[in-house]
Design a protein around this ligand. Structure first.
Ligand SMILES: Cc1cc2nc3c(=O)[nH]c(=O)nc-3n(C[C@H](O)[C@H](O)[C@H](O)COP(=O)(O)O)c2cc1C
Length: 203
């Protein structure tokens, strides 16, 4: 099959993105509105960028009517967010927070999450996540316009929370983190079937 994105419907392009780029890590992003209302939602167009400075990015796309998601509205207004991590233990709650609640309705309250205070930013973290990155906005890169257009949010990590149960001498134990990955549709992957592949030396 050979496919030219320019000749494809929007939905077909999206299907190729989520079908081929997987499993994707999930940023469970908490934000706050200028009036103090909290918000949390999952985003799997997410990755780390670099450690110097410690930087991450995620991408809230516009909804199918071209409207910005609440997370983006809050990030642009208050320039802070907290990345929580999706795991086997919090998967159902994480998924519940992806429902399209009206702006100003807190998923923390609606979905029974525990908002723990952050140290350096105003949005809280979710106590249900074993780790969290407190972030300050660096830049929003706008990609396209209208339905499903991208808004790449780049943030600097200014504080890290990490449960002692997953932290071992400076390293994270994936066996204890039990991260999950997003696949296509409603499918997710566990990370229990890991294997090691040491990097080669130059010959
Ligand atoms: C696991 C998972 C990953 C998701 N990833 C994204 C994503 O990368 N980008 C996006 O715009 N929406 C994504 N969504 C959908 C948003 O979570 C959903 O639109 C949510 O209502 C946005 O909330 P907000 O309006 O409070 O920001 C994802 C949903 C789930 C369940």
């Amino acid at each position: 099959m050979e496919l030219d994105p320019a000749a494809l419907e929007l939905r077909a392009r999206y299907a190729l993105m989520i079908g081929l780029i997987q499993p994707r890590p999930i940023a469970w992003v908490a934000t706050i509105a200028p009036d103090g209302a909290t918000n949390i939602a999952p985003f799997s167009f997410f990755t780390g960028i670099c450690a110097n400075p410690m930087t991450v990015c995620f991408c809230p796309v516009n909804d199918r009517h071209g409207k910005a998601k609440d997370t983006l509205v809050n990030v642009e207004a208050t320039r802070q967010f907290v990345v929580n991590f999706a795991t086997e233990t919090n998967a159902e709650k994480m998924n519940a927070t992806s429902a399209p609640f009206p702006y100003g309705v807190s998923e923390f309250e609606k979905c029974g999450l525990t908002a723990a205070p952050s140290v350096k930013v105003r949005p809280p973290r979710a106590a249900e996540s074993p780790a969290a990155f407190e972030c300050e906005l660096v830049q929003v890169v706008k990609l396209g316009e209208g339905p499903l257009a991208g808004n790449l949010v780049i943030g600097r990590v200014v504080y890290v929370h990490c449960d002692d149960r997953i932290y071992n001498d400076g390293k994270i134990r994936h066996q204890d983190l039990q991260a999950i990955g997003r696949m296509e549709g409603a499918w997710y992957a566990r990370t229990r079937d890991a294997f090691e592949l040491p990097r080669p030396e130059a010959a």
